[in-house]
Design a protein around this ligand. Structure first.
Ligand code: SF4
Length: 217
């Protein structure tokens, strides 16, 4: 592992993280993120999508805090935030519905922003950027470095070519763009694909995600 300062956070080995992240994006499963006491993603003025199948979360969140999710079918809702930018389910610095938190919260991992090279982008909420810029990945070898470089190239390509995004990708936040970049990064390992190829790969990837809306955050 490279040198880690007091402010740096060990993000883990990149290739292993990438495999877990890909599985979580596809399945909507939870990521094991070493958040410690950080609640940046709960206090960063984020709308949290909740799907109609998330009955546990929907039962625990007061109905008056939920609003129809723009651009999604009936039944999809979002949980908003208060005038400080805090999720209303955050009580005394902890998620009050942790065991039943929405899928969006379970899959969220701010290390995607690092992998994509977006961590210090001005469009990332400052609380999340402050945390994300501290992560440092470890690399098992040159192939792991090439994988990370490919994710970064894919993310830059998607940011520069919005026409590569199929309609079902929605209007992505940088977090969602980073997740989509992870899905198509293999195309960028030793080639520079064109817009048509990337768009087709994204359509195929979105079709395989259990609930791609979870990455709207
Ligand atoms: S539901 Fe819980 S984990 Fe999700 S943003 Fe709110 S406080 Fe954070």
């Amino acid at each position: 592992m490279g040198d880690v300062s007091d402010l740096d956070l060990a993000a883990g080995e990149f290739s292993a993280w990438l495999a877990d992240m890909r599985a979580a994006i596809r399945s909507g499963g939870a990521m094991d993120v070493p958040c410690g006491t950080c609640t940046a993603c709960c206090t960063g003025s984020q709308f949290v999508h909740v799907g109609p199948d998330e009955t546990d979360a929907l039962a625990d969140i007061p109905a008056e805090l939920l609003f129809p999710a723009p651009g999604l079918p009936d039944g999809h809702v979002v949980l908003g935030y208060d005038d400080r930018g805090h999720c209303p389910m955050l009580v005394d610095g902890r998620c009050s519905i942790y065991d039943h938190r929405p899928r969006t919260c379970r899959t969220y991992d701010c290390r995607v922003l690092v992998a994509a090279g977006f961590a210090d982008d001005e469009d990332v909420p400052v609380e999340i950027s402050r945390r994300a810029t501290r992560w440092r990945f470890d690399h098992r070898g040159e192939s792991a470095r090439m994988e990370q470089a490919a994710v970064e190239r894919a993310a830059t390509f998607l940011a520069d070519h919005p026409e590569a995004l199929p309609p079902e990708a929605g209007r992505p936040s940088l977090t969602r763009l980073a997740a989509l970049a992870i899905e198509v990064a293999d195309l960028f390992v030793d080639a520079q694909p064109d817009v048509v190829g990337v768009r087709a790969a994204l359509s195929a990837a979105l079709a395989q995600m259990r609930d791609s809306s979870a990455w709207r955050r």
